[in-house]
Design a protein around this ligand. Structure first.
Ligand code: C5P
Length: 409
């Protein structure tokens, strides 16, 4: 997928010495697929894992590994590179490099460049689990977050030592998604740090018998992007999703469910301590009253009537709960978007509602793009023109942050 809006954007990618450096090759390739120009600086240790030539070939630019190589001293390359960059990305970032960044140490090209850089910065830590858990590393990461640096990962899984735990560098997909997010919208605010966010996504499936059932059209993509953005902003995220083929974003607590009943149960059990709940799922309104245990035979009949009963409205039930979180609903409408969305916000007692018109082939359900209007209960209204669902997710979280900040004043 390419995106014209990122054509010509410039990323300086710092590669430090970890085995995950091989995954950074893929990051370079994918950024370039999006039209992004990439220059690469490597620490000496990084060059032991991947040859500079590999990165030079992938980026189409010379790779710099030392303060004193190439060019004349007057060029001051670390300053020029910092001026050139729309964004700095460090992947993998070793414990050592994270410490240098947190403390402003500048003793080689990569760290000097990082200190000279004023552009938004994204760091993908990669180290062994015991190092990652060390209070010194946690302090340094917190310092970077406080400095406005976005942190992606690390993921939990198998490590170079053969152990399993937190410390794996995020997968290239996740790093690229975060990089595109920063390039499009700037620094990622840590405004959800320490908060619990519950999101529903995808369709539900209501079984009629063991092989047949009813469902709604929904890929789940909008909810997954909302979960990803919330995680980047520092939230603890629970994503309750009906059947989808999507891979859950890294670092979120994923609770797959099938039916509306299961989704309701799952939300009930996790929403009590949530600060924000976004109900993005396309929940079936009706479910077969008496699902059969065995496959129904069609027999000789040429028509079938299936008694259906109403499912519980998950959003509306959260709206009436005593300790209600900040509540966001969705309204997919084929006409009269604004009126229906406002009506839904009122009758389900939400703070905000995101309305989208269903129709067009690629917009809304199933597609990669969406076009929405964000309405809030203070009468605020924001149109978001056709954009990727990742972009729409960022705009929704920005709107939530603005509203909550105003309400707390
Ligand atoms: O009433 P309608 O289905 O159009 O409302 C849409 C909103 O309500 C969405 O936020 C959806 O996730 C939520 N909803 C729900 N439980 C239902 C039906 C809808 O949470 N049973």
């Amino acid at each position: 997928m390419s995106s014209s809006s990122l054509q010509g954007k410039r990323v300086v990618l710092v590669v430090t010495g970890g085995i995950a450096a091989y995954k950074t090759c893929e990051v370079v390739r994918r950024l370039r697929d999006h039209g992004v120009e990439v220059r690469i600086a490597m620490t000496t240790a990084a060059t032991r894992f991947v040859a500079p030539l590999t990165f030079a070939a992938l980026s189409g630019q010379p790779v710099v590994t030392s303060l004193f190589e190439g060019g004349s001293p007057e060029e001051i390359p670390h300053v020029r590179w910092a001026e050139w960059a729309d964004m700095l990305c460090v992947a993998p970032a070793t414990a050592d490099f994270v410490a240098k960044m947190a403390h402003g140490v500048a003793d080689d090209f990569a760290s000097t460049l990082s200190l000279a850089n004023a552009a938004p910065t994204l760091v993908a830590p990669a180290m062994e689990d015991d190092m990652y858990r060390h209070p010194a590393v946690q302090r340094n990461i917190a310092t970077l977050t406080g400095d406005g640096v976005a942190i992606v990962g690390p993921a939990t899984g198998s490590l170079a030592s053969g152990r399993t735990g937190p410390g794996r560098m995020s997968e290239p997909d996740e790093i690229v998604a975060a990089a595109l997010r920063v390039l499009r919208h700037g620094v990622i605010a840590a405004d959800l740090e320490g908060q619990h966010v519950v999101i529903t996504a995808g369709p539900t499936y209501e079984a009629l018998d063991p092989v047949r059932g009813f469902t709604n059209r929904s890929s789940g993509r909008m909810g997954f992007e909302l979960a990803r953005e919330a995680r980047w902003r520092g939230a603890r995220v629970t994503l309750v999703a009906g059947p989808t083929s999507l891979v859950p974003p890294a670092g979120v607590r994923y609770q797959p469910v099938r039916s509306a009943g299961e989704m309701h149960e799952a939300v009930r059990s996790v929403a009590a301590d949530a600060e924000v709940a976004i109900m993005c799922a396309a929940v079936c309104d009706f479910t077969p009253a008496e699902p059969a245990d065995a496959k129904l035979k069609k027999g000789a009949r040429d028509r079938i009537d299936i008694p259906m009963v109403r499912t519980a409205d998950i959003l509306a039930s959260l709206g009436t709960s005593a300790e209600r979180p900040f509540l966001v609903g969705f309204a997919a409408e084929s006409s009269g978007l604004r009126e229906h969305a406002v009506e839904k916000m009122e009758c389900k007692n939400c703070d905000m509602i995101v309305g989208n018109l269903i129709g067009g082939a690629d917009v809304g359900m199933g597609g990669h793009e969406n076009e929405v209007v964000i309405l809030d209960r203070q009468g605020g209204e924001q149109q978001v023109g056709r954009s990727s669902k990742a972009d729409v997710a960022t705009r929704i979280w920005n709107a939530i942050a603005r509203f909550r900040e105003q309400a707390s004043r």
